[in-house]
Design a protein around this ligand. Structure first.
Ligand code: ATR
Length: 286
């Protein structure tokens, strides 16, 4: 029998997840169906449970339902616990399991596709919203040399770092938080997890925060953001978040199906078809 999965969100029409999972299933020889569920804003729980009760095996959860998915899950992976949010639900009999694959997706894209592993790097993470909570746990596990979280509203960055310090006993002072102004030192990996690019803006990043040759990663995909243009103009290598979108999907596929699909052919195909140019923030937490 065909196993059924879906992505649930509001809106969800432009999600690339059905296409990505169909490509994974084809390549792995798995018989699955993967749909979109557009749930009303106040209808996540009912729609998710109806899908499960009709035999659905799992859901990807996108905005704005990741916190509600956390609440629906009866047990949580470490990554979901760090994020306080769930993007992958497993309905495999027994308790509903909640995972978060966004951080693993980002870390794998950096390491495997972009030859820029987090390990040993001085990382600047911009933003302190849900997208950042989703990735910090995975970034810390990769053992960066240091991790600084900058945000327009510095209090939120400080609260975020305190949350993860409580989970991790961050002892060595390699983790900090604050505003963009006065960012001391240069960073060799700068990750934009703000929503500024969707509104054609960018955070007030000082140019000297970028080490020459640094990787400037925007978690948004589908457009060249002001941050990417700024970074390229200041000697950095600028990339978007399409690879993260595909990698987080691959980790969901692994959780559901027990196999790691190859991601490069799917990333290449989406770029070839121009899907990477579509205006869409899904990569920032699909
Ligand atoms: P998400 O779930 O996508 O992270 P969010 O929780 O609304 O969304 O967080 C948006 C993030 O983008 C915040 O860090 C926000 O900064 P503030 O906390 O100061 O609001 C950041 N952001 C949005 N627009 C921005 C801009 N023009 N410049 C700098 N930061 C911006």
């Amino acid at each position: 029998m065909t196993d059924r999965y879906a992505v649930i969100g509001h809106p969800v029409e432009h999600s690339l997840s059905p296409r990505i999972h169909a490509a994974f299933a084809r390549a792995c020889g798995h018989d699955i169906a993967y749909d979109r569920i557009a749930a009303p804003r106040d209808g996540f729980r009912a729609a998710a449970l109806a899908f499960r009760d009709a035999g659905g095996k799992g859901l990807n959860v996108t905005l704005p339902f990741k916190h509600e998915a956390w609440a629906l899950a009866e047990r949580h992976s470490d990554y979901a616990r760090g994020a306080g949010a769930v993007n992958t639900l497993v309905f495999a009999g027994g308790a509903i399991a909640g995972h978060n694959t966004d951080g693993i997706g980002l870390a794998r894209d950096l390491r495997d596709n972009l030859a820029c592993p987090v390990a040993g790097r001085r990382v600047l993470l911009m933003g302190a919203g849900g997208a950042v909570y989703g990735v910090v746990e995975a970034l810390l596990r990769e053992r960066p040399r240091s991790l600084f979280v900058a945000n327009r509203t510095p209090d939120k960055a400080q609260a975020l770092v305190a949350h993860f310090a409580a989970l991790h006993a961050l002892a060595d002072g390699g983790v900090g938080a604050g505003p963009y102004a006065g960012l001391g030192g240069r960073f060799d990996l700068v990750i934009n997890a703000t929503s500024a690019g969707l509104g054609d803006a960018m955070p007030a990043l000082p140019a000297d925060a970028l080490e020459p040759g640094a990787l400037a990663y925007d978690m948004v995909y589908g457009r060249v953001t002001p941050f990417m243009k700024f970074a390229a103009a200041h000697g950095a290598r600028a990339v978007d978040g399409l690879g993260m979108l595909v990698e987080q999907a691959a980790e969901s596929f692994f959780i559901w199906r027990g196999v790691h699909p190859a991601t490069k052919p799917v990333i290449d195909e989406l770029r070839r078809d121009g899907e990477g140019r579509r205006a869409n923030g899904e990569g920032k937490g699909a």
